[in-house]
Ligand binder design. Structure first.
Ligand SMILES: *Cc1c(COP(=O)(O)O)cnc(C)c1O
Length: 388
């Protein structure tokens, strides 16, 4: 069968080659230490699991959920927003539940983008921004995140004619993969541009709660007027070690939220109610959950940064996210360096090129493995670099 053109247009899967190499190394008996995947290794906190167990037994939860999400879940999301960011949202009109934030991000361009409209997507970035915009018929341009700008985009690189055709901009801070954070004044400047050129902003806030040294990531809605232009995507996956549960939500501009809800009613039928009740429990007791999680990532971060320093790759410790974005040594590209570490050390890191062309020159280390594994992996990386 000949697949549709839109499928043929999708970018090639860059990690296929590296996955084959991992498989071959495993077959040779090499012990692989995988620091590639950004999936929390710690379990979901007990009190969330216990709530789930209770709700699963309630027959009322066994039927189709409402497509917008349980009232209680939307309410809990708004209350969490109020506590965390001092921003008020109406649970009736400003929130929609998502089957993980990836689902919402993937459907969002369908609400906005007409064929030929320009979408600016952070590069390096979460690949879904680009792919979903392409599927919706948009023309995707890279929004380069460069070290010299602290990995914040510089919109002045685009001519007026591009900004005038721009319909949607995807941002993500704390950022995956660069672990960069953005100050509120950056969001204020983007909101101002959005007003001037009449585009919408999709802000992916998946890592809002994963931060260190008393840093607290802002919401774009702390900027005056952002509700006219923006939607923010939230996930319980990273905050509460709930990647397998598939639950998130979007908040923001009522027209955009309504449009996203409308797309979703026509495609899916919402999230299992028992999962939504567990999510209510999580949001209401967020501090309790994070007390058990953040110090663990912080210790891992410190260990990795110290080891990189000793291996001749000094960098500033990231303030947020559970990633370390490492410039590759002189003479390598990101794929070549990742392959060297796989071949010589059995250590898997994600080559930056997998996140877009501006990811070239970096590899991403994920802190979602135990200190013991990280320590061993970093020892092996150090040996390879010293022996080079
Ligand atoms: C993990 C991740 C998500 C998606 O999380 P869900 O599990 O779909 O809620 C979204 N954006 C970024 C940047 C991520 O790293």
């Amino acid at each position: 069968m000949d697949v549709a053109q839109r499928i043929k247009n999708l970018p090639p899967y860059l990690f296929a080659e590296i996955e084959r190499k991992i498989e071959r190394a495993r077959e040779r008996g090499v012990e692989i230490l995988d620091l590639g995947i950004g999936d929390p290794d710690m379990p979901t906190p007990d009190f969330i699991v216990e709530r789930m167990c209770r709700e699963v037994k309630n027959a009322k939860n066994h039927q189709y959920p409402s497509y917008r999400g349980l009232q209680a879940f939307r309410q809990a999301a708004c209350e969490w927003y109020g506590r965390r960011f001092a921003v008020e949202f109406d649970p009736e009109t400003s929130v929609v539940s998502l089957i993980g934030s990836k689902e919402g991000i993937a459907h969002f361009p369908w609400c906005l983008v007409n064929p030929g409209d320009i979408v600016l997507a952070s590069d390096p970035g979460y690949p879904v921004y680009k792919v979903s915009s392409m599927l919706a018929g948009g023309t995707v341009l890279a929004l380069p995140l460069l070290r010299e700008n602290n990995f914040l985009p510089d919109f002045s690189i685009f001519p007026e004619s591009v900004l005038e055709r721009t319909k949607l901009v995807f941002l993500n801070y704390p950022n995956n993969p660069t672990s960069a954070v953005a100050p509120l004044k950056f969001f204020a400047s983007v909101v101002e541009l959005a007003r001037k050129y009449d585009f919408a902003i999709a802000h992916d806030l998946a890592y809002s709660e994963i931060s260190y040294d008393n840093y607290q990531a802002p919401s774009i809605f702390q900027v005056e007027g952002a509700k006219d232009r923006a939607v923010e995507f939230h996930s319980l996956s990273k905050t509460f070690n709930m990647t397998g549960w598939r639950v998130g939500f979007a908040v923001g501009n009522t027209g955009l939220i309504e449009a996203l809800g409308r797309v979703k009613t026509n495609i899916d039928s919402g999230i299992f109610n028992a999962v939504q009740w567990a999510a209510v429990e999580a949001l209401n007791r967020d501090r309790e959950a994070l007390e058990g999680i953040l110090p663990v990532y912080q210790r891992r971060r410190d260990l990795v940064v110290k080891a990189l320093h000793e291996a001749g790759l000094p960098l500033d410790p990231p303030m947020a996210s559970f990633y370390v974005w490492v410039p590759v040594p002189e003479g390598f590209d990101s794929m070549g360096f990742a392959e060297l570490l796989l071949e010589k050390a059995g250590v898997v890191l994600t080559p930056g090129i997998g996140f877009g062309k501006y990811g070239e020159g970096y590899v991403r280390i994920s802190l979602t493995s135990s200190e013991e594994i990280l320590e061993r992996a970093m020892e092996r990386v150090g040996e390879v670099l010293r022996g080079r």
